[in-house]
Design a protein around this ligand. Structure first.
Ligand code: SAM
Length: 294
């Protein structure tokens, strides 16, 4: 899709203006979001052309929005402007048999995390207790509940908008018995009511994952478990191995033993910037214990 889109932009707008537009766009439900890299290079007519290209080549897209800045603030909400089609920001996105209602003007959502959600969901084991510290509208939690067989998924978010949509999504996906939406700060929630409960903890918020590693560990059962840690790295200055070592050192400093690590690049988030995940299996116990690295 991205090469075709870029070719069309070049043909219709010329190569200078085409460079002002990101070479691919996201489709969330029936809404397309195109990133504008250099707004000063474009005029209103150009936006109509860009939206026309997207609408013509994607019959399922009903709305086109443009995004200027990278995703900002702790709520990770995109800054969006209406471009064409139906004027709305609410849609239902479907992936791997799950449905997520999102309001793109109020909450974070990225279709580029879909493989990551299913990867984590498939790595869970029957009967696990899971804490999702930064749930958004509940995508990881719902995918885990539908594709795995956890006992419970405590699903925390500090944003009221995300929490309300998460509650709707939990109901819509028929996982009310397994996913427990919680409105609040992940640190306070774990410290007050989720200490030592989890077999697996998710930290899908790069801005806070490192700072909240201590509470992620506190949420784990004393015998240990899995942490899925997400961050952004600059490929030229740090690299994946550097981040794995940094996280391992911090975990070990807090009195835990890192038994196993596995890291992967999740998605590109800018020139030389990558979102990565580090999966860590950790234990307080120095004696050998059964480890399932599947
Ligand atoms: C990157 S988004 C979540 C992505 C989500 N896991 C998904 O796949 O769609 C991060 C979320 O963390 C929430 N958040 C930010 N600070 C928080 C905190 N201190 N405690 C709990 N949630 C927080 C934001 O409201 C936002 O919804």
């Amino acid at each position: 899709m991205s090469k075709q889109f870029k070719d069309m932009l070049r043909r219709i707008l010329g190569s200078i203006k085409a460079r002002a537009v990101s070479s691919s766009y996201d489709v969330v439900g029936d809404i397309a979001i195109v990133r504008i890299l250099e707004p000063e290079a474009l005029c209103e007519n150009d936006y109509e052309v860009i939206a026309g290209i997207i609408l013509d080549s994607n019959p399922r897209v009903k709305t086109v929005l443009r995004q200027y800045s990278p995703v900002g603030s702790l709520f990770r909400v995109r800054c969006l402007t209406y471009m064409a089609g139906e004027e709305r920001t609410v849609t239902i996105h479907k992936e791997y048999g799950c449905r997520y209602k999102v309001d793109l003007s109020k909450v974070f959502f990225s279709p580029r995390l879909s493989y990551e959600r299913v990867r984590v969901a498939r790595s869970t084991r029957e009967g696990e207790y899971i804490v999702n510290m930064f749930s958004g509208v509940g995508c990881f939690s719902i995918a885990i509940a539908r594709l795995g067989k956890p006992k419970a998924v405590y699903s925390i978010d500090i944003s009221r908008d995300a929490y309300m949509l998460m509650k709707e999504n939990v109901y819509m996906n028929d996982v009310s018995y397994t996913v427990i939406p919680i409105l609040g700060d992940a640190r306070q929630t774990i410290e007050s009511r989720l200490r030592g409960v989890a077999d697996r903890v998710l930290e899908p918020l790069p801005d806070l994952a490192y700072a909240y590693l201590d509470v992620a560990l506190e949420a784990l059962k004393p015998e240990g478990g899995w942490i899925h840690y997400y961050n952004f790295i600059h490929l030229k200055s740090m690299g994946l191995d550097y981040e794995v070592d940094r996280v391992k050192r911090r975990v070990e400093k807090m009195g835990w033993r890192v038994i196993y690590t596995r890291a992967r690049r999740v998605r590109s988030v800018g020139p030389n910037w990558m979102q990565i995940v580090v999966d860590l299996y950790v234990s307080r116990n120095m004696d050998g214990q059964e480890l399932n690295t599947g």
